[in-house]
Design a protein around this ligand. Structure first.
Ligand code: ACO
Length: 428
C-alpha cells in the first residue's frame, strides 16, 4: 500500500500521499492541502520544499554524492568532455559516436553571432559587468530569432538549444573584449568548444594564438562540474520564469541574472577577491577566519557552506586536486592557492564551521584555476554560466514535458495592514 502522512490541523486530520524518488528520497505531497484545510505551507528559502519531480541530477548532501542522469560526477570529470555532458543532461543519455559528431557539428555551425551584436556591445559602458552584458545579450537573441521562440514546438526548441550552447561562449568573449577595449574575435570553428572560447577571449587579430591544451582541459573540467546542480537558485529561476511559457532565451537570461549574485555563482569571484585582500593586507588566514565568524563583521568565508552539502562538496574535492595539477603543469606558483589551502585547513578544524557543517563548495577552488589561466575575476561568473547552461536547458525542457506543468506561483502569508481606508492627500 502506498505510504501516506497524517496531518492534524485544528480538529481536522488529513492524509497526504508520500512520494518516493528513485534514490529513496521522500516527500509529502501537499498539493491538495489548501483545498482540504485552507492552510498553505510556509518555508522561507524553500529549504524543505520540492518544487518538482526531476530525473536529471541527484544530490545526496549528507554523503557528498552528485550524479548527472545517474552517472557519478567523479566518472564524468575523468572520462567525459563538456559537450558530451551537455548532451547527457539535455537528452537524457550519453551520445554515441555518430550523435556526438552531429551534435558537435551543429554547435560549431551556430557559434557566430549576428554582426549587429558589435553595436549592441558597443552601446554598453566599458565597465559593464559581463553578467549584465551577457544576460541582456542572451535576452536579445530572442529579437534575432523570432522564428524559434515557441517553447512547445520541438524543432524550434531544438534549434534554440543549439544556438544557445553555441553562442553563449561567443557572447561571453564579446563582453570580455568590450570591457578591455579589444576587437571582438570571430569564432574559429576548426577549434573545439572550449578551445574556441579561449581563442575568442585571449586571442587578438594581430597575433597567433595557440590554445594551451592544459588550460583547455582545465576549463572543460570546470564546465563539467558546473553543468547542473538540480534546483539551485538560478535553475529554479529558469524554471519559474519559463513556466510563464516565455521563450527559452528569456528564461536563460533570468538564470544568468540569478547566477550573478554573490551567494550563488558570484561567489567564485568573491573568493578570489577575498584571497587577494588577505594577501594584499598581509592578514593571516586565522585572522580572516575570525572575521568571518564574527557577528559584528559582515565578511563570510566565501566559497564555504552549501544549502545541500553538509559533509563535503564532491566538486570541490575534484577541483582542489585539479587546481594543484593545473598550476603545476603551467608552472604557476600561486600565493592565492596557498592562502586558500590555509583557510580550508583552519576552517575545517574550527568549531564554528564544524558545528554548522560548512565545507568548501565548488567555488572555493574554481576561481584559483580561472585566475591561473589569466581570467579576470569579473569574468568568472560568466564562465560559470557557460558551464551551467546545459543544466538550465535540461530543466526548462523537463518542465515543459512534465504532464503536471503549471505556471509557478507560490503563495504567501500576508502580514501587512488589515483593510484600511484611503486618506485624501490633504489629510495625510
Ligand atoms: N562563512 C561564515 N559563516 C557562514 C558561511 C560562510 N561562508 N556560510 C554559512 N555561515 C553561517 C551563517 O552565518 C549561519 O550561522 P548562524 O546559524 O549562526 O546564523 C549558518 O552558517 C547557516 O548559514 P545560512 O546562510 O543560513 O545557510 P544557507 O543554507 O541559507 O546558505 C550559502 C548557504 C548561501 C551557500 C552560505 O553558506 C554562504 O553564504 N556561503 C558563502 C557564499 C558562497 O560560497 N556561495 C556559493 C554557494 S555554491 C553555488 O551557489 C554555486
Amino acid at each position: 500500500m502506498a505510504e501516506s502522512a497524517e496531518l492534524r490541523v485544528g480538529d481536522q486530520t488529513v492524509e497526504l500521499p508520500v512520494v518516493e524518488g528513485s534514490e529513496g528520497e521522500r516527500a509529502i505531497d501537499i498539493s491538495e492541502l489548501r483545498a482540504q484545510t485552507g492552510c498553505i505551507t510556509l518555508d522561507p528559502g524553500f529549504a524543505n520544499t520540492g518544487s518538482c519531480q526531476s530525473g536529471i541530477t541527484f544530490i545526496d548532501g549528507e554523503r557528498g554524492v552528485l550524479q548527472y542522469r545517474g552517472i557519478p560526477i567523479e566518472e564524468l570529470a575523468e572520462k567525459a568532455t563538456f559537450l558530451e555532458v551537455a548532451y547527457l543532461l539535455v537528452y537524457g543519455k550519453l551520445p554515441d559516436k555518430e550523435q556526438l559528431e552531429y551534435y558537435r557539428e551543429s554547435i560549431r555551425y551556430h557559434t557566430m553571432i549576428h554582426e549587429d551584436f558589435r553595436s549592441f556591445f558597443g552601446a554598453l559602458p566599458k565597465d559593464a559587468h559581463p553578467m549584465a552584458a551577457c544576460s541582456c545579450a542572451v535576452g536579445a537573441l530572442a529579437t534575432f530569432y523570432p522564428d524559434s521562440l515557441d517553447p512547445r514546438d520541438p524543432r524550434q526548441v531544438e534549434v534554440s538549444i543549439h544556438r544557445l550552447i553555441a553562442k553563449l561562449p561567443t557572447l561571453v568573449a564579446y563582453a570580455y573584449k568590450h570591457s578591455i577595449g579589444q576587437p571582438a574575435m570571430y569564432p574559429r570553428n576548426s577549434l573545439r568548444y572550449v578551445a574556441n572560447l579561449l581563442y575568442m577571449m585571449f586571442g587578438n587579430p594581430c597575433e597567433e594564438y595557440d590554445v594551451d591544451p592544459v588550460v583547455a582541459k582545465a576549463l572543460d573540467l570546470q564546465f563539467i562540474l558546473h553543468a547542473d546542480h538540480e534546483q539551485n537558485c538560478s535553475t529554479s529561476s529558469v524554471r519559474l520564469v519559463g513556466s510563464s511559457m516565455v521563450n527559452l532565451f528569456a528564461a536563460i537570461s533570468a538564470g544568468i541574472n540569478a547566477l550573478w549574485g554573490p551567494l550563488h555563482g558570484g561567489a567564485n569571484a568573491e573568493v578570489i577577491d577575498m584571497l587577494a585582500a588577505i594577501r594584499d593586507e598581509g592578514m593571516s588566514g586565522r585572522q580572516f577566519v575570525e572575521r568571518a565568524k564574527s557577528r559584528n563583521d559582515t565578511s563570510r568565508l566565501m566559497g564555504f557552506g552549501h544549502r545541500v552539502y553538509k559533509n563535503f562538496d564532491p566538486r570541490a574535492k575534484i577541483l582542489k586536486k585539479a587546481c594543484f595539477d593545473v598550476l603545476d603543469k603551467l608552472g604557476v606558483h600561486s600565493k592565492l592557492l596557498e592562502i586558500a589551502v590555509e583557510l580550508e585547513e583552519i576552517a575545517l578544524k574550527d568549531d564554528y564551521f564544524v558545528e554548522r557543517r560548512l565545507y568548501p563548495n565548488v567555488d572555493f577552488y574554481s576561481g584559483v584555476i580561472y585566475n591561473a589561466i589569466g581570467t579576470p575575476s569579473n569574468m568568472f561568473t560568466a564562465m560559470f554560466a557557460i558551464g551551467r547552461l546545459p543544466g538550465w536547458i535540461a530543466h526548462w525542457a523537463e518542465m515543459h514535458a512534465d504532464p503536471q506543468f503549471r505556471i509557478g506561483r507560490p503563495r504567501q502569508i500576508y502580514t501587512g495592514r488589515t483593510k484600511t481606508a484611503f486618506t485624501p492627500i490633504d489629510q495625510r
